[in-house]
Structure formats: structure tokens, C-alpha cells
Design a protein around this ligand. Structure first.
Ligand SMILES: *Cc1c(COP(=O)(O)O)cnc(C)c1O
Length: 394
């Protein structure tokens, strides 16, 4: 399991590491020393598994999508992360990290959020455990994502607007980092994707790896084999995709496809197609691939789906891209919206627009008819109904 996993220095090939201000070093270093010991304590695992089952509602089903299968001429299964409590895969990670924070003796939780999905998943587990919760969110996003702000407040979280820069996710992340520097003793920072300084990308991937762990068992039951031919997932920072890929990484016959958001078109200037447009650099504490100007300023990303609207990808994805273990493709807003509508009409499932990007790639694949495809349905589309209905004039 080592070729694609993090090494003892926190790197995946050329990517990863912990590029952090000196004042954060003690926090991140302590986490690095402790995370594996804590995560694999039997008592931790018992409580984690119990919460995944009774609180999150796992295992999430693996659903044979018959009408989609018929349309594309192959066998398509959906891994139903949309059925998790709070409606997406993000809760797998926040449940894991809140248990870790408890064991580290932390009393106060901070998080950053863009669309608000990670903020909601964090506020949820803080309420569950009775810990103080502060969520940093761009001032612009607070206006755009009002229902998620209401959810967080309902569960007792404090939502603090980030008013600098573009007033979106990047700025919220900066504010959260600043908070952590000022409160190193009592605070744990729950990062919401497989990004950030080591050990976060590895820790988040491990918590999300339950997705592929279950998929293998479920596929075996349904098809007699643990291995599909293709696995597809959308990529913002890359946590649902890492969870979906994790236990298939060493089975080189399984083709892994990561779907990024091309926004209004890869070369439109309004896109989040990081691997196509990005260059190597450092973002939010790790060396990865990110969209940047010639002089290294981070470019504002764009996607119709707020969850994919991120200028980078996690370092493990950068590595999988560079060594070509996974294929990185991109899908425009329009393609994703059509795929979301198609899934609703053919299967009675409204996917998050993020997840719809993965579905849209089916249009571009060629099948012989005997392949098995698993798509990570990372979240439900309830939060996107307004965008869908306006787009299709429903
Ligand atoms: C946040 C989100 C994503 C993107 O984040 P990743 O870390 O790349 O998984 C994808 N789908 C949904 C439903 C989300 O909420």
C-alpha cells in the first residue's frame, strides 16, 4: 500500500509536506505525531464505527442504476453518499476528526467553509459532542448560501464572516489559520477536504476511505468480484475521490477517473480545471498543483457548483495525476447540469451538482457492454434545487 501513499516525510512523490507559518508548527507537529496512534486505538475505532453506523447511517448503499446502465450500455453502480446524515460524504471526515479532537483534549473547534457543506458537517458533530464551534465563511458565501448558514446557527455554531480578499473560501481558510495560530492550545482545526499541511491529506483520506472499503464488500456481494473496471468521482479538493479511490489504488486494473469542474469552459477564464490549467506550487500548507498567474498569485476559480470551486487539488491527487495512476478530466457547468437532470429523470435521484460532474463524464466514455462502473454520488441535490430550477426554467 505504499506506492501511492504518503511517506514518512509527509510527501506523495513531489507533493505534500507541511508549508506552514512557524507559529503553527507545534500544533501540526503534535497532530502528526499523534494521529495514527489515536486513529487506530481499538476504542477509537469502536466509537468511530458505531457513529458511522448509528449516526451517519452507514454503510451507504451501492445501488445498481438500471436505467442509466441501459442508456450507456454498461453496468453502473452508485455509491450513495447522498444518503448520509447531512447529505454528503463530508460527515465521514468530521465524525473522525471530532473524535480525534476529543482525544487530543481540545475544547474548541474551528473550520472553514465555502458552500457551507463542511461547515454544516462540522457544526453537526460539535453539537453531538458538546464542543464549541466556530466556522469561518467568506462574506460573499454567507449571502449565497443562506440555508447552510441557518443550519449551522441552529446547531449552535458561530459563523464568522471573512471580509478580506475575494470574501470566499480562500479567505475563510486564511482566517481559520490565523485563529489557530492565536489559539494553539485548546483548538482543533477540522479541514474539510484532502488538502492542507501533512498530516491532513492522509488523515482525511483515511477517514473517507470507508467509501471504497464498503464498495469492495458490496461489489463482491453483487457481482462476485471486488473490482470494478472504472471508478469515477468529482474533485474539488479531492476528499470524496480519495475515499472512493483509496482501496483500489493498488489494483492497477481498476481505472480511476477524477472529474474536475471546467466551469464555463477550460479556457474561458471561468473554470476550476486545476490539473489542466494549474502549475506546481504551494497552497494552504502543501505542495500541489494549483491555478496561478505567471507570477504565482492564486487565480480565482469558478464553477456552478460551490463545492468544486477550489483553485487547487490535494497533494495525493497531484501525485496520482503526475504518475498517471488516475485520469483527470473536466466537465463544464452545462454538461454537469444536463447530467444532473438525466439522473433525476432516469433514477429518481437528484444529485448534488458536484456529483453530477462525475455522471457527465459517462457521455464521453466508450463501453463494450461488459464493464462495471462505480460512481461516487458524493451528495444530494436538495441544496442545489434553486440552481437547477432556474437553469432549466422548471
Ligand atoms: C464539498 C463537496 C464536494 C467536493 O469536495 P471534495 O473534497 O473534492 O470531495 C463534492 N461533492 C459534494 C456533495 C460536496 O459537498
Amino acid at each position: 500500500m505504499n506506492k501511492y501513499q504518503v511517506n514518512e516525510n509527509g510527501y506523495y512523490g513531489d507533493f505534500g509536506g507541511a508549508y506552514i507559518p512557524e507559529m503553527l508548527y507545534p500544533n501540526v507537529e503534535y497532530l502528526r505525531q499523534q494521529y495514527l496512534n489515536i486513529m487506530y486505538e481499538p476504542e477509537f475505532q469502536r466509537e468511530f464505527q458505531q457513529l458511522l453506523k448509528d449516526y451517519v447511517g452507514r454503510p451507504s448503499p451501492l445501488f445498481l442504476a438500471e436505467r442509466l446502465s441501459k442508456k450507456y450500455g454498461t453496468t453502473i453502480y452508485l455509491k450513495r453518499e447522498d444518503l448520509n446524515h447531512t447529505g454528503a460524504h463530508k460527515i465521514n471526515n468530521t465524525v473522525g476528526q471530532i473524535l480525534l479532537a476529543e482525544r487530543l483534549g481540545k475544547k474548541r473547534i474551528i473550520a472553514e467553509t465555502g458552500a457551507g457543506q463542511h461547515g454544516v458537517a462540522t457544526a453537526t458533530v460539535c453539537a453531538l459532542k458538546g464542543l464549541e464551534c466556530i466556522v469561518y465563511m467568506g462574506e460573499k458565501d454567507i449571502v449565497r448560501q443562506a440555508p447552510n448558514v441557518a443550519r449551522m446557527k441552529m446547531m449552535g455554531a458561530t459563523v464568522i464572516p471573512a471580509t478580506s480578499g475575494s470574501k470566499t473560501l480562500k479567505d475563510a481558510t486564511n482566517e481559520a489559520m490565523r485563529d489557530w495560530i492565536n489559539n494553539p492550545i485548546d483548538t482543533h482545526y477540522i479541514i474539510g477536504s484532502a488538502v492542507g499541511p501533512h498530516p491532513y491529506p492522509d488523515m482525511v483520506a483515511r477517514f473517507q476511505s470507508v467509501i471504497s472499503e464498503e464498495t469492495k464488500i458490496q461489489l463482491k456481494e453483487k457481482t462476485g468480484s471486488e473490482y470494478p473496471d472504472y471508478v469515477l468521482a468529482c474533485v474539488g479538493g479531492g476528499s470524496n475521490a480519495m475515499g472512493m479511490f483509496y482501496h483500489f489504488l493498488d489494483d492497477e486494473n481498476v481505472k480511476l477517473i477524477a472529474v474536475e469542474a471546467a466551469g464555463k469552459g477550460v479556457h474561458s477564464g471561468e473554470s476550476a480545471a486545476t490539473t489542466l490549467l494549474g502549475k506546481e506550487g504551494v497552497l494552504h500548507g502543501s505542495r500541489s498543483i494549483l491555478m496561478q498567474t505567471a507570477d504565482g498569485q492564486v487565480t480565482e476559480p469558478y464553477s456552478i457548483s460551490a463545492g468544486l470551486d477550489y483553485p487547487g487539488i490535494g497533494p495525493q491527487h497531484a501525485h496520482l495525476f503526475k504518475v498517471k495512476r488516475a485520469e483527470y478530466v473536466s466537465i463544464t457547468d452545462d454538461e454537469a447540469m444536463q447530467a444532473g437532470l438525466l439522473c433525476a429523470r432516469l433514477e429518481g435521484i437528484i444529485p448534488a451538482i458536484e456529483s453530477a460532474h462525475a455522471f457527465a463524464h459517462l457521455e464521453k466514455m466508450k463501453f463494450t457492454g461488459n464493464e462495471t462502473v462505480v460512481i461516487c454520488l458524493s451528495g444530494r441535490g436538495d441544496k442545489d434545487l434553486d440552481t437547477y430550477t432556474k437553469y432549466f426554467d422548471l
